[in-house]
Design a protein around this ligand. Structure first.
Ligand code: HEM
Length: 457
């Protein structure tokens, strides 16, 4: 979808609308327009589409990503934010640094396992521990996010215009409500998801035992007076876990792909790490002294945003923007892909070039007005990704640690090229699996991983 929307944006400009199977859709293609409509006019533009199949049947009101912008969504979002806000997520840094070391450990020990599985473990484990507490996930142990990823792709597929009968013909909802046999696949989807979510939520570790409060603990404290049931809390933790796992893993994969396509950028990153870090693992304290690595984090988010069309918003009431009337119920697409290709902000936007974020002295530039450089790819307004600070920390420490540990080389005969394949999961778009040779940069790399991997040896 994002490729088509991008083509149209070149033809019709920074904002256009179209009709999709009877649904009016407005698309925001420049960072300025997205900032205006989704940030400055957020009082009108923070709702989600009605999504009858997704919200009413598949998740029975439990999916915080799809919930309308009412009291329940606000309370759940507040409970998530209290744990994932910028100050508090710093408490997760030791866990994220440990996960980076564990990732290197497994890549060394199991080089024949595809990178997709390694990164699945890394991102699932980080988000898992921030949601539920507990120990790192093992590479070959159960990964709860695998089945959740399929379930979530099914659900969001139904959320695209024209993909769900009951959304195209809303009066059908009464028929679905009455006829159990018609509703059966929806009910089965709901039951399977609920069983997984309740199981995960039930396994959450008590905050005091863990040392860091996790999101589940915080949701648990929400008073029942708000009408938020235990099942809904379990759903919230599970949905947030899925949202965070899939997107983080996608960004890790694009990162390695970018460096395989641009070995000269990998060499620059190695030079920075060698000059500043040397032979010990990078830490969060090194961040300010590693501007090139920070620029790579930003450039991965810009070059291939994990969710290129964002998550659709909708207008909660009629409003006017620059003379355009946007009626209530209109879908509003945050076209992140076109925004990150805005020629006014990004020169040769299809090229992967971290130096675009650096000034003449090699420091991170403050972003151009309206560029949203700090939160590229994380959406806008009141719905902006609540996991962005956790994700930014995960990406920084994992990118820095992997670059410190390895040289990334193409596998002979299987080199990646610019026309690499993509897999569309309806919200995230990931690179198709590819091969990479990871050459350790230190003979005794395993010994340098320290205490963080002691439990594995
Ligand atoms: C590279 C990593 C990530 C990217 C690129 C990303 C991107 C996004 C985007 C584009 C949205 C839609 C925002 C909007 O509607 O305007 C979103 C929403 C969301 N994200 Fe993330 N995200 C990432 C990581 C995470 C993490 C780590 C978590 C949680 C641990 C998370 C939880 C959520 C949730 C719960 C929402 C829905 C918010 C709402 O509807 O109120 N995300 N994310």
């Amino acid at each position: 979808m994002y490729i088509k929307l991008h083509e149209w944006s070149k033809q019709y400009g920074p904002i256009f609308s179209f009709n999709a199977a009877g649904q009016r859709v407005v698309v925001l293609n420049s960072a300025k327009v997205a900032g205006d409509v989704l940030d400055r006019l957020s009082a009108y533009s923070s709702n989600r589409p009605a999504w009858i199949k997704l919200n009413d049947f598949l998740s029975q009101g439990g999916n915080v990503v799809g919930l309308p912008a009412g009291d329940t969504w606000r309370r759940l979002r507040k409970a998530i934010h209290e744990v994932l806000n910028v100050r508090n997520v710093n408490g997760f840094r030791p866990m994220q640094a440990q996960e980076a070391a564990i990732t290197i450990y497994y890549l060394l020990k199991c080089p024949h396992v595809n990178l997709v599985k390694h990164f699945h473990r890394t991102s699932a484990s980080i988000v898992w521990r921030s949601m539920y507490g507990g120990e790192p996930l093992e590479l070959n142990g159960p990964d709860p996010s695998e089945r959740l990823e399929e379930l979530s792709a099914d659900a969001f597929k139904a959320a695209l215009p024209g993909n769900s009968l009951v959304d195209m013909f809303p009066p059908l909802r009464h028929l679905y409500s009455r006829l159990a046999w018609l509703r059966r696949p929806f009910d089965e989807w709901y039951l399977e998801s609920t069983t997984i979510f309740l199981d995960l939520y039930g396994s959450a570790k008590d905050a005091s035992a863990l040392g860091e409060p996790c999101v589940s603990n915080n949701l648990g404290k929400l008073s029942d007076d708000y009408g938020i049931s235990g099942t809904m809390k379990a759903w919230t933790a599970g949905v947030v876990f899925s949202a965070g796992q899939d997107t983080t893993a996608t960004s890790l994969r694009f990162f390695v792909l970018a460096l395989l396509l641009h070995p000269e950028i990998m060499l620059k990153a190695h030079a920075e790490l060698d000059a500043i870090i040397g032979d010990r693992m990078p830490t969060f304290e090194d961040r300010d002294r590693l501007p090139y690595i920070s620029a790579i984090v930003k450039e991965v988010a810009r070059w291939h945003p994990a969710a290129p069309s964002g998550v659709p918003h909708s207008a909660s009431e009629d409003f006017v923007y620059e003379g355009y009337m946007i009626p209530r119920g209109t879908w509003i697409i945050d076209n992140i892909w076109s925004q990150t290709r805005d020629p006014a902000l990004y020169h040769e936007a299809n090229t992967f070039d971290p130096s675009r974020f650096l000034d003449g002295e090699g420091r991170i530039k403050s972003g151009a007005p309206d560029s949203h450089d700090d939160w590229l790819g994380f959406g806008h307004g009141r719905r902006i990704c609540p996991g962005r600070d956790l994700a930014a920390n995960s990406l920084f420490i994992t990118f820095a640690s992997l670059l410190w540990a390895f040289e990334f080389r193409n596998v002979e005969g299987k080199a990646v090229h610019e026309g690499f394949g993509l897999v569309d999961n309806f919200i995230t778009v990931q690179p198709a699996p590819f091969d990479v040779d990871l050459i350790p940069r230190f003979k005794d790399l395993d010994l340098r991983l320290g205490e963080n991997v002691a439990h594995l040896s």
